[in-house]
Design a protein around this ligand. Structure first.
Ligand SMILES: Nc1ncnc2c1ncn2[C@@H]1O[C@H](COP(=O)(O)OP(=O)(O)OP(=O)(O)O)[C@@H](O)[C@H]1O
Ligand SMILES: [Mg+2]
Length: 377
């Protein structure tokens, strides 16, 4: 007999309850940060890349971050499976953000996620993208045997009912955690279940009101992918279906989320971003001769002011003629290290997406503990 999927009530004195209260507070808090929206948006983009690399890596995708960045920056077109897998994940994240407000979380939605995730992959692909499996299987590295293929459809119907049932908001985080486990416990697809469920968790978090689109970056992959053994052990505890096993699983998910949310909220504080990420990144790029001394100097002015105008340079360069300064700015603009705040504007912001500085910004994020993976960049 398969255990019925239902909510559980954490004891009042449990860590799970403390975590729910804490994360709920973070969910409701207004997000007004001092980081310029354009800069924050770029950071968010980097996090999506990390998210995708992390999610792919868990099943042995050994693409290094550096390799991926080279692909992004220098457009080395490749059909390498590992890179394709990361691209797929990024597409799935964009898809979620585009449709989530108008799409219910149902079979069609999950099927679409699965299709995007396994697209054009062989080793990590699927024989039936978007379709439930019609054979039984085992999960490598786990002792759990997923239920018989004949009942997968019914179990998935139960899962979507569980997700969409209207319950008090206080259960949202419990629901998210239990849905994650139940999904991979069912293992509806022949492959790609892990990647799909991590995206499902992301989608559910947005639906629950984590304002990712307006400012908060959450990175559920970091929760699940920073330590694969911990993730697998926690899932295994939940497999038993016992109350303590399920509560331990929920505690595992929520403590990861809570750490992640706090860390990422730092990025709204421009003082932090400027001093811990941007300035050191530019200085390192200068040391490595990716930037000349003057280029670095101009970028530092842009970073300090967030919105940059060429006239700001008059203060730092008292004797330089304005033609030379304009040329310097134009070069930085051509290299996309400065981008206009809006089309045709002469006001610029510092940019580090898909250009030579991306790697250095990533390195600083790594040194500040933001990367879900240990890797050389
Ligand atoms: N004991 C377990 N109970 C339920 N699910 C588990 C258990 N152990 C592992 N899993 C899940 O199975 C996933 C692996 O399944 P599958 O190979 O279909 O997914 P994938 O996306 O191809 O791989 P990966 O998740 O490794 O990237 C893991 O990511 C995890 O979510
Ligand atoms: Mg797999």
């Amino acid at each position: 007999m398969v255990r019925k999927l239902e909510l559980i009530d954490p004891p009042f004195n449990s860590t799970v309850l403390d975590l729910i209260i804490k994360i709920d507070y973070l969910r409701k808090r207004e997000l007004v940060g001092s980081t310029h929206p354009s800069l924050f948006f770029q950071l968010k983009h980097l996090f999506h890349i990390l998210e995708s690399i992390g999610s792919a890596r868990i099943e042995g995708n050994h693409t290094t971050i550096a390799e991926y960045i080279d692909n992004e920056v220098y457009n080395n077109s490749t059909n390498k499976e590992s890179i394709q897998e990361i691209r797929n994940n990024e597409k799935a994240i964009s898809f979620i953000e585009e449709v989530i407000d108008s799409t219910p979380i149902n079979r069609a939605f999950v099927a679409e996620l699965h299709k995007i995730v396994v697209k054009d992959l062989e080793r990590e692909g699927s024989h039936n993208p978007g379709e439930y499996r019609n054979h039984n299987l085992e999960i490598t590295g786990s002792t759990h045997s997923p239920p018989d293929a004949t009942i997968v459809n019914d179990l998935m119907i139960e899962l979507f009912d569980f997700i969409n049932n209207i319950d008090s908001e206080k259960y949202d985080l419990i629901k998210i955690s239990l849905a994650h486990h139940r999904f991979v416990w069912i293992h509806p697809f022949d492959n790609g279940n892990g990647r799909t469920v991590r995206l499902l968790t992301y989608a559910m978090m947005i639906k629950m009101g984590f304002k990712v689109n307006q400012g908060r970056i959450i990175n559920p992959t970091a929760v699940f992918c920073s330590d694969r053994n911990k993730y697998y052990n926690a899932l295994q505890e939940a497999d038993s279906g016992s109350e303590s096993g399920l509560l331990n699983w929920i505690e595992y998910v929520l403590s990861g989320l809570s750490i992640e949310i706090e860390k990422v909220d730092n990025l709204l504080d421009y003082n932090y971003v400027e001093n811990k990420i941007f300035i050191p990144a530019v200085k390192r790029a200068e040391e490595r001769e990716v930037l000349t001394k003057d280029e670095a100097k101009v970028l530092l002015v842009a970073i300090k002011n967030q919105e940059f105008k060429t006239s700001m340079l008059n203060k730092v360069y008292k004797n330089k003629d304005s033609v030379k300064l304009s040329r310097l700015v134009r070069k930085l603009r051509d290299r996309k290290l400065l981008i206009p705040v809006e089309e045709n504007s002469r006001v610029y912001v510092f940019s580090f997406i898909s250009n030579e500085l991306m790697r250095f910004v990533m390195q600083m994020l790594d040194e500040e503990g933001f990367l879900p993976l240990k890797d050389e960049i």
